[in-house]
Design a protein around this ligand. Structure first.
Ligand code: PAF
Length: 308
């Protein structure tokens, strides 16, 4: 099986790296040339969970043109770049390619489907946390389940096959018949953790050490739950507030993807996380004041990267 990972930052490298380690044929695709060159020259360096090691049998390229048609494309680009990245990856999608998105945020399934057709898409969520330490180097900082599902809710052979591939790479996998519930469940976790870590500079676990940040985490999650309810989304997680706090503790040592983005002065996913809930809230008449504040604060951080 030929696997390509589109968007090979912290999470793309973690999934691609572990699959390559299990002997699968993996190519990482990322626009960051220095990172790609470092992986090709020295292998992918992984520290943290699973022990420090260098994964050598993995290739990296800067453009999809350098990869031939693949059987499985795992999409990990930032949700704000999904449409343009998928357009560029058309050349590696064949009649039998499955496209798996494990990205954060709302709207990825729709954007990928618009390019490759929804029958090729499998969606899912990941409970893993990973940090990009520098070119060719990541830290596996938190682990959890990978839950995947077909868009039509069927647990079919294809879903089982993709699940087994991930299991080969050492991921614990659950198959689900409720993809939108899953995506909203993950969105809610990101809503509670990401912007707050980006604004405060704290690692995930520290958010629940202070009553002030814990209060905001709970409030942001409760607002998102109300929006999900208004939309008729059936969430898989029993108590989203407790679940989000648990994820913060399980990934305590992780710097969230949004904190990593602001630290590196990169565009964040705020518009498809807290921003998306604010937008949906307006549509469904559900107030989302805490998410609006978080959205505004991170947006201003992004706009002033060059001033601080
Ligand atoms: O975006 C992230 O960083 C992750 O989804 C999570 C679960 C918050 C862990 O850091």
């Amino acid at each position: 099986m030929k696997i390509a990972v589109l968007g090979s930052g912290a999470m793309g490298c973690l999934y691609g790296g572990k699959l390559a380690e299990a002997g699968l044929n993996v190519t990482l695709i990322d626009v960051w040339k220095e990172h790609v060159d470092a992986i090709n020259a020295h292998g992918l360096s992984v520290e943290g969970i699973g022990g420090d090691r260098v994964i050598k049998n993995i290739k990296a390229v800067t453009t999809p043109e350098e990869v031939k048609e693949c059987d499985l494309l795992i999409v990990f680009v930032k949700a704000t770049l999904t449409s343009q990245a998928m357009e560029s990856a058309r050349c590696i999608i064949g009649p039998h390619t499955s496209v798996l998105t494990l990205q954060n945020g709302l709207g990825n399934v729709e954007k990928i489907s618009a390019v490759v057709g929804k029958e090729k898409v499998i969606a899912g969520v990941t409970g893993h946390g990973s940090t990009l330490l520098g070119p060719g180097k990541i830290r596996h900082a938190g682990q959890g389940n990978t839950v995947i599902g077909e868009l039509d809710g069927k647990i079919d052979e294809r879903l089982e096959a993709v699940g087994s591939v991930l299991e080969k790479g050492g991921f614990s996998v659950t198959l689900s018949n409720n993809v939108m519930g899953l995506i909203w469940g993950k969105l809610i976790v990101n809503i509670g953790i990401n912007a707050l870590t980006a604004v405060t500079g704290l690692k995930n676990g520290r958010l629940v050490d202070f009553s002030e940040t814990e209060e905001l985490l709970c409030g942001a999650v409760e607002e998102a739950m109300a929006v999900a309810k208004a939309k008729g989304i059936s969430l898989e997680i029993g108590d989203p507030v407790e679940h989000t706090k648990k994820v913060a503790r399980l990934t305590a040592e992780n710097r969230s993807s949004m904190l990593q983005d602001v630290s590196n002065k990169r565009k964040t996913e705020i518009s498809v996380i807290n921003g998306a809930v604010v937008e949906e809230g307006v549509q469904y008449g559900v107030p989302t004041p805490i998410n609006k504040v978080l959205y505004n604060l991170v947006s201003v951080k992004e706009k002033t990267y060059n001033e601080v």
